[in-house]
Design a protein around this ligand. Sequence first.
Ligand code: FES
Length: 136
Amino acid sequence: MPAQRVVSIGAAARRPCTLVVCRGCCCGDARKHPGYDHAWQLERLRAAAAASAGRFEVRTTDCLGPCDQANVIVVQPSGAGRRAGGRATWIGFAMDDDCTEEILTWAAAGGPGVATPPAALTLQFISPPRPARTRR
Ligand code: FES
């Protein structure tokens, strides 16, 4: 079987690495996960993205599904990263300062498909939830 070639066009080709930060029912909730400064985490991520000169961006989302592994952050590849074979990487239990800094280091270096993730961060990679079953 021939290798599949990924072609990105338009805005997708220029899309930067994106950190999708879950802030649903459990992620970022100080009552469910006390002892962490969730607001600081989001501010830190946003400030770093603003200072990255467009290398990566941050957006928030409602519940992504695996609440038992909160906080969840998905690192989406840039257009270049996707063309190089990078895929969305799900990170669980992303609450402490070290994890936040490692995510930022990876995103600033290019993210999935472009840069190798910090070794400690790979221990927090989680599987994305399976797609919902659909009735036929
Ligand atoms: S609230 Fe983040 S996975 Fe559910």
